[in-house]
Write a protein that binds this ligand. Structure first.
Ligand SMILES: Nc1ncnc2c1ncn2[C@@H]1O[C@H](COP(=O)(O)OP(=O)(O)OP(=O)(O)O)[C@@H](O)[C@H]1O
Length: 223
């Protein structure tokens, strides 16, 4: 699905990430940890073609990103749902319109029954007509998750999806991500929250990746 072979990334200075190798299998569940600034968001951007590696190779669904033009990368990204760290919305559109935006942008029809079912799944049906500034942090995070899955992606990459929410809400978000994984989707969650990882490991077979000293490590089993 997503494969990195000795991928490296530099923003111009020294290498931020080097010798990153990973083959993401269908239905897998990974956490991505590491100190602030280690490069977790950068790593995820390599995984969905937002950034091209400065060395090595990244393949998305069997295609090397260097061989893909912009259109192909855009089409491929529809197979990867991304929950961004800052979950931004268009404030003049309703929550339902924001969640449906990836479909609208792709020129695909919006089935309102399915949209409401998705909002129900994340517990936001009654907020369908609310504007984003009227939502709480946890509601925004759940809306961001709904928006990430509306195109039925095969992979979900979530960057600190439980940042800024309380424990109960983070458990609720985790439950949604585990449910997606049980539906066969690959899930990668970047997080600082070791308690979240422990809670997940009690429910799902998850591997923990750690970025430290520019390298990607498979973390020990002590979590
Ligand atoms: N577009 C950019 N141009 C230059 N430097 C960047 C850019 N984006 C990120 N960086 C730098 O790369 C480093 C890694 O950033 P990144 O956001 O990937 O780390 P992170 O592990 O996700 O951090 P956090 O846990 O704090 O979110 C940081 O030092 C950051 O300042």
């Amino acid at each position: 699905m997503i494969e990195l072979q000795n991928a490296a990334m530099s923003y111009g200075g020294g290498e931020l990430l080097s010798q990153m190798s990973l083959r993401l299998q269908p239905g897998s569940f990974h956490f991505l940890t590491g100190p602030s600034g280690a490069g977790k968001t950068t790593f995820l951007k390599l995984c969905y073609g937002e950034l091209l590696p400065s060395g090595g190779h990244v393949s998305l669904f069997g295609r090397d990103v260097f061989r893909m033009d912009r259109d192909e990368i855009a089409r491929t990204r529809q197979r990867i749902g991304v929950v961004h760290q800052d979950c931004q919305f268009l404030d003049h559109l309703s929550l339902a319109e924001n969640v449906a935006l990836p479909l609208t942008v792709a020129g695909k029809p919006v089935n309102s029954a399915e949209l409401m079912e998705l909002l129900g799944w994340v517990g936001l049906k009654r907020h369908a007509d609310a504007l984003p500034p009227q939502l709480s942090g946890g509601e925004r995070q759940r809306a961001a998750l709904a928006r990430a899955v509306i195109m039925s992606p095969e992979v979900i990459l979530a960057d600190e999806p439980t940042g800024n929410v309380d424990w109960e809400m983070s458990q609720r978000l985790l439950a949604l991500l585990i449910e997606l994984n049980r539906m066969g989707k690959s899930v990668v969650i970047a997080t600082h929250d070791l308690n979240l990882i422990r809670a997940a490991k009690a429910q799902v077979s998850a591997r923990v990746l750690r970025i430290a000293n520019q390298r990607l490590h498979l973390a020990g089993a002590d979590l």
